[in-house]
Design a protein around this ligand. Sequence first.
Ligand code: HOZ
Length: 427
Amino acid sequence: MSDRSREWFERAVKRIPGGVNSPVRAWKAVGGAPRFVASGGGARIVDVDGESYIDFVGSWGPLILGHAHPEIVAAIEAAAKDGTSFGAPTPLEVELAEAVVERFPSVEKLRLVSSGTEATMSAIRVARAYTRRSRIVKFDGCYHGHVDALLARAGSGVASLALPDSAGVPPAFAAETAVAPFNDRAAVEALFAAGGDSIAAVIVEPVCGNMGVIAPAPGFLDFLRNITEKNGALLIFDEVITGFRVARGGAQELFNIRPDLTCLGKILGGGLPLGAFGGRADIMDMLAPEGPVYQAGTLSGNPLAVAAGLAMLHALGRPGVYEKLEALSARFQRGLEAALKSRRVAGIVARQGSMLTLFFGLERVRDAEEARGADRERFARFFHGMLARGFYWPPSQFEAAFVSLAHSEEEIDRAVAAFDDWAAAER
Ligand code: HOZ
């Protein structure tokens, strides 16, 4: 079935740690050897053995239009013909910055980088410089890329591999990071009460996507906005996943919150490496060459990534796209929930817009501690059960699955039928 994938994996592990360039891809959390992908088109990917799958990973979020969307491919081709990198300003960077500002009113100025990790790393640096404070508050299970200071109780691959935290992060760095449970107001209040004047910023995924999908409790984001403002700390929204996905203007539009700084990535780059951080002009003007905070990158604002991002934002500007995504995703949730119920498999479907997670064995999930209580063995069987039926799901309990505009109602219904079939056998 997967002979060529196995051969490539055996070859890969000899030269690439774990055989992969990002840990979750190794399938350690679900077992088995990862499929090596040969191509993708629309909602499908095809592996090197010629097996085709309907994909709910979507490159972990960027591919909201599906794979190899013709408008994105055309934009990249056209840009490439004019040169792939200059290390000098280009007009399209300005257009992309303007397009982001138009969608995110809290962002007055932004800087383009090459990944979400760079975006969060730079955002906390500028927040520390602006406030002249050093401590950062983050939430258990939120993942903000592999920045040293933010690898405390991180979600995503760190949680999938059940690592306490990353080795190689000096304790002194982590000491500047305080961790609270998501959705826990009292814990955040206690941190501010104990040392609010040393907290530079609170960074949060406004809808968690890296401990599985967990929505904010009603009023929680407003609470964070108020407590940071009251204490002179900045509020940073990590919208690398939620930006352009849960709404055109991200979670901040959906929940009507104005953070001080916002981190973006994934969809912003149309499937190419691109991130951004931005926010209030007085904060962003701390950056060199205007101010004293250094931040730079040879490939920052790369012409191909910027062209792909602009084509993406243009396509997402068409009327009805978010309504269509919501309808498809709600249909998916209803179908999965009906199957769970009729097959008497305990679990919930946690969803915000087109990001969703199946948590087996739980009745609710509000934070990382509850998410860690999910039945991960059943999740692994679910993953392989879906794979065997032609559906590619994120290979970890602690990641979000993504519905794209390339999925059809018929494909969603087939995924539900496959899930029902698996659930029947599981019982
Ligand atoms: N940690 C990433 C998703 N939340 C995984 C990225 C990847 O493996 O490509």
